[in-house]
Design a protein around this ligand. Structure first.
Ligand code: SF4
Ligand code: SF4
Length: 378
């Protein structure tokens, strides 16, 4: 137990914590749950209670937004302590059935949605797209994302990216049925062994292509490939960076008006975690007829939608208002007609809140690629 304790303390640098409380002070979910991440960092120093801590339901309230890590003056990652505690439960097979099923589905079919691998490319069946061959040179290898490929509501995001890249004359190709979960949410759910296996297999697969760069659509895939795959031999970008570049170089022209007031919701995995703040705003600022406004809580201070950290598969209890509900109310107060997002999880959670709040008449949630689809001619 001594060795295990040492490794837990060392792994998360728990002795570096000065108990300043900035992590808990910044944590967005503390307003609606019992989660006190500073407390978990402190309590985890005691070897005898790790198991007990892992059994506290609030470890599943964390959305992995990373605000605590951004705010920690000692450079610690408090959220990883919670993920480490989740790992204790995963190892013992003591997780909710929805979590277990998602993890098993990733292992079996390469996606957490219990969908067959053979259906991974169904979304592109009427499109003329290229599937990359190993060794064949391709400028931009597109990594689509498990959530986008299987959700009929979200497939339009990838379909619009195809339209846009074709319009701009970009050389691109897809991975096809071999595309396998990036592992971001697998890590956040605490399944470290499976995550390591995915990193190894995906690195081998992706390096087999002769790609200059990989373009990800989801910020979760972006952060996983950019930050957690050290042996990947290609640049990794988020699509907003590529599209921003195309607009700047005048390779893409937006000619149709979208006469709407638009407010952009920064995804935690794109903004806070990777500092991609300007490109989405640059794109939206170029939409003809649109007026771009800002949330008070934007960029580094953006409010989490609670879609990350494995929360798509975790049931937690709270009687307090969901953060996504707060977010759509803030957008409504700004009289925005479009709440723009750049992440599939943000789209799902915020769209759900727009419906729950009965705001459908006044506003809609739209991925930037959907808005771009309206702004280009066919
Ligand atoms: S912000 Fe960092 S140093 Fe401060 S209590 Fe949290 S983990 Fe400890
Ligand atoms: S990652 Fe976000 S939700 Fe999780 S403990 Fe840190 S601040 Fe709170």
């Amino acid at each position: 137990m001594e060795t295990e304790l040492q490794s837990f303390i060392e792994k998360y640098d728990l002795l570096g914590c000065i108990q300043c409380g900035r992590c808990t002070g910044g944590c967005p979910v503390t307003v609606r749950t019992n989660l006190n991440v500073r407390r978990f960092v402190y309590d985890s120093l005691d070897e005898d209670i790790l198991e007990e801590l892992a059994n506290l339901p609030e470890i599943w309230d964390c959305t992995a937004c990373s605000t605590c890590a951004v705010r920690c003056p000692k450079g610690l990652k408090p959220l990883e302590v919670l993920i480490g505690l989740r790992g204790i439960l995963v190892e013992g097979g003591r997780v909710q059935p929805t979590v277990r099923d998602a993890l098993e589905s990733v292992f079996r079919e390469g996606n957490p949605w219990d969908k067959p691998r053979a259906a991974r490319c169904d979304w592109m069946k009427d499109l003329d797209v290229r599937i990359a061959e190993p060794g064949e040179a391709v400028e931009n290898l597109i990594f689509v994302c498990c959530t986008i490929v299987y959700d009929p509501k979200l497939q339009v995001i990838a379909q619009n990216l195809v339209r846009i890249l074709n319009k701009a004359g970009v050389d691109f190709a897809f991975i096809g049925e071999d595309e396998t979960c990036c592992g971001s949410e697998v890590h956040n759910l605490g399944e470290e062994g499976l995550f390591e296996m995915l990193v190894e297999d995906n690195t081998e697969l992706l390096n087999s292509f002769n790609a200059k760069r990989m373009v990800t659509i989801s910020p979760h895939c972006y952060t996983a490939f950019k930050n957690e795959h050290p042996d990947l031999k290609m640049e990794v970008v988020h699509y907003t960076q590529l599209v921003g570049e195309l607009l700047e170089d005048k390779k893409l022209e937006l000619t149709r008006e979208v006469p709407q007031r638009i407010v952009f919701h920064d995804p935690c995995f794109l903004g806070k975690q990777n500092h991609v703040f300007d490109e989405p705003r640059y794109i939206l600022g170029n939409i003809p007829g649109a007026e771009l406004v800002e949330f008070d809580r934007c960029r580094e201070r953006s409010l989490c939608c609670e879609g990350g950290g494995g929360k798509m598969w975790v049931e937690t209890e709270s009687t307090k208002e969901r953060l996504s509900d707060t977010r759509v109310k803030d957008a409504r107060a700004l009289e925005a007609g479009i709440l723009a997002v750049a992440c599939p999880f943000c789209e799902l959670t915020l769209d759900d809140s727009v419906k729950a709040k009965g705001f459908e008449e006044e506003m809609r949630v739209a991925e930037i690629l959907e808005i771009l689809g309206e702004a280009i001619e066919d």
